[in-house]
Design a protein around this ligand. Structure first.
Ligand code: ZN
Length: 305
């Protein structure tokens, strides 16, 4: 297949920034995100829009390997130099290097791939070959994690298995500790759909920032436990309140709110309003928090004084 070989060759020779000799992961990650969107039928017309849907597809992979701000606007613009990625301006937009995804979205209506490449990515067999090539070329040391992330929407979810084994007993300086922490964060964010389990606040910016944290139920410093059932997505305010024992969760996954604090302010932000409300949970029961761990957390909760 001449087209397939041509694009495999282009994709394995992406013009990536190599500061300090390490190739920047942005462009291959962008391609993995686009491939996922095509597979999910979200880019049926070869129009890749600079939307939060696209940003979340990118974050899925970015969160596996990096923890800093993703700067997604860089590959969105610079992938043009590789020949198969084209930007189409909005009616009053101009194509020039952008400083943010918001600015990108103001100027770019959508990006498109070469039609021949899009056809290859729309077909399952060639899509898999191209995806495999990207992972092996750019992420050879992380290939297990990437393949697990790719298949997470299928029957099983192998990424979770990588976290099942607790960190307990691993030395503090265990070389895979940062990797496991990133994996925990990335998975909790997506299982809870970037939504605070307590107040259901959800915010993801076009630049890939979110106001929601991946919180440990039993603190990691105590438990060394990065398993999914020791995690919850919480907004900054409720994460702080949860860590300080002002809110807890009962065995029916309902919120318990402490009465030991003085609370004033707009009703939208009240804590007590949330009392006995069910928390936001992942779609699958197997990903719910462990009852044992939420009971351990309740030990520091002081309901009424
Ligand atoms: Zn919240």
């Amino acid at each position: 297949m001449p087209d397939l070989n041509f694009y495999l060759n282009s994709i394995s020779r992406l013009n990536v920034n190599r500061n300090h000799g390490i190739p920047a992961p942005h462009k291959p990650l962008l391609l993995l995100a686009v491939i996922d969107l095509i597979e999910q039928g979200k880019v049926a017309d070869n129009k890749i829009r600079p939307s939060t849907e696209f940003v979340e597809a990118f974050l899925k992979y970015w969160n596996l390997i990096r923890s800093e701000r993703p700067r997604i606007f860089l590959p969105f613009y610079h992938l043009q130099t590789d020949g198969f990625w084209h930007l189409h301006p909005t009616p009053h937009g101009t194509i020039r290097p952008f400083g943010s995804m918001t600015q990108t979205a103001e100027n770019v209506s959508f990006a498109s791939l070469d039609e021949k490449l899009f056809i290859l990515l729309a077909a399952p067999k060639t899509r898999e070959i191209i995806r495999h090539k990207i992972i092996l070329t750019y992420f050879p040391n992380e290939k297990e994690i990437f393949h697990a992330a790719v298949s997470e929407n299928r029957a099983d979810f192998p990424l979770k298995k990588l976290l099942l084994e607790p960190d307990a007993g691993r030395p503090e300086t265990s070389p895979d500790k940062p990797k496991r922490s990133r994996l925990f964060r990335g998975l909790i964010m997506r299982l809870y759909n970037y939504t605070c389990a307590a107040c259901r606040f959800r915010l993801v910016t076009l630049d890939g920032m979110t106001a929601v944290d991946a919180a440990h139920i039993v603190p990691f410093s105590v438990s060394r436990d990065n398993a999914i059932d020791n995690g919850l997505a919480l907004c900054k305010l409720h994460h702080w309140a949860f860590d300080n024992g002002l809110i807890a969760i009962d065995d029916d996954f309902r919120l318990q709110i402490s009465e030991i604090f003085d609370e004033r302010g707009d009703e939208a932000f009240l804590f007590r309003r949330l009392h006995s409300k069910k928390i936001h949970l992942p779609a699958q029961a197997e990903d719910f928090p462990s009852l044992d761990k939420i009971r351990r957390h309740r030990l520091k909760f002081e309901p009424v004084r």
